[in-house]
Design a protein around this ligand. Structure first.
Ligand code: COI
Length: 354
């Protein structure tokens, strides 16, 4: 796009909202009335449209289906008690989206298309933002290669889209987590830091194996030694040990730089905790558990928000936690909720008005 972006808006004739109650929603099952679609052709973004949510007509030779040039983001919109709509830290997701695009040899998406396109789409479907506890409008921007050619090479054509899903909590209850030491999610030099669709596909087998053993998700360990913890399924992970909160550092490029992770670090520091972003080994975790200094383990993510972990299993060693008596994770969760609901000062301008 060279000139200021033109968005063509075609409104749905009838709102599907009449058929849906925005309460007790599962994650990611329902979609709002409209979607945004744009095409990358001949080195330019064009055909930017907001239109009724509808299926796509795609060729079976579509490059993304064969070689996986496909990336996405997850962002949430909320309403404050006055009914005003806000999006949580969308610019951070915009920056991460283009980092993913670069790693997957895809074109970057201009800020105006991503940010203004999202704002206009959310504004149009603002009635879809639930106002119930732990509910929000989940925003899913994504891009995929759209050449109709099965030769292995970066595509010349791409589609960028945004869809919206009114949604409830991703995880409803404290989780049981299996420390994975056979399969790996990411390696240094790989795509672990990118929000590439294939990272999620590649995680499904190990996760299904852990589920068969009665666990909700796996905690990934590093690819070389299976010694250092990385991240959990769809979340970053935090350990409260003594008076410190520790989360694995992003240095090796194997961990997703979560926006909720970054927000949690800021909040923990405001709460007066020392936060360390550093390698953390399973041995150190077990040692702290045995010494009674491992106080809390929790995951952070856009979809997951703050999810408490009530059990962690490494080989045959099971660590159990009394989540009812925790202080840190529930405080972070409330802190974030209060900012979103306008009950706590939004010091860092995380909430962007729609
Ligand atoms: C998110 O937290 O937004 C995610 O993208 C995780 C998952 C739903 C894929």
């Amino acid at each position: 796009m060279t000139a200021a972006m033109d968005i063509t808006i075609t409104k749905a004739e009838r709102s599907k909202l009449q058929d849906l109650n925005l309460e007790n929603l599962p994650f990611g099952k329902y979609f709002s009335d409209h979607m945004l679609e744009a095409d990358y052709e001949n080195g330019e973004w064009k055909n930017v449209e907001i239109k009724p949510y509808q299926p796509l007509l795609l060729s079976p030779s579509l490059a993304a289906l064969h070689y996986g040039q496909s990336i996405f983001e997850g962002i949430k919109a909320y309403k404050n008690p006055e009914g005003e709509a806000f999006i949580f830290r969308p610019h951070d997701n915009f920056l991460r989206f283009n980092i993913s695009a670069q790693r997957m040899q895809m074109p970057s998406v201009p800020e105006e298309l991503f940010m203004e396109g999202m704002r206009q789409l959310v504004a149009l479907d603002r009635n879809w933002i639930p106002q119930r506890e732990d509910h929000s409008l989940y925003i899913r921007p994504f891009m995929f290669s759209s050449d109709e050619l099965i030769g292995v090479r970066p595509s010349e054509n791409y589609k960028f889209m945004i869809i919206l899903s009114p949604t409830g909590p991703y995880y409803n209850a404290p989780m049981r987590i299996y420390v994975e030491e056979q399969y790996v999610r990411a390696v240094p030099g790989g795509v672990g830091y990118a929000k590439a669709a294939g990272n999620y596909g590649a995680a499904m087998y190990a996760t299904a194996e852990a589920k068969k053993k009665g666990y909700d998700q796996v905690l990934w360990t590093d690819a070389y030694e299976h010694k250092y913890v990385q991240e959990i399924g769809t979340m970053n992970v935090f350990f409260v040990i003594g008076n410190k909160a520790i989360t694995p550092d992003l240095g090796q490029g194997t961990i997703l730089a979560g926006v909720t992770r970054q927000s949690t670090i800021t909040i923990l520091q405001e709460m007066g905790l020392t936060v360390e972003e550093a390698p953390l080994s399973v041995d150190e975790i077990i040692e702290a558990y045995k010494a009674g200094t491992l106080k809390e383990v929790f995951g952070t993510g856009t979809a997951a928000t703050i999810s408490m972990i009530k059990e962690l299993r490494y080989k045959d060693f099971v660590m159990k936690f009394d989540v009812e008596n925790w202080k840190t994770a529930p405080t972070v969760k409330k802190w974030l909720t209060d900012i979103r609901e306008g009950k706590r000062e939004d010091k860092y301008s995380w909430m962007q008005k729609v």
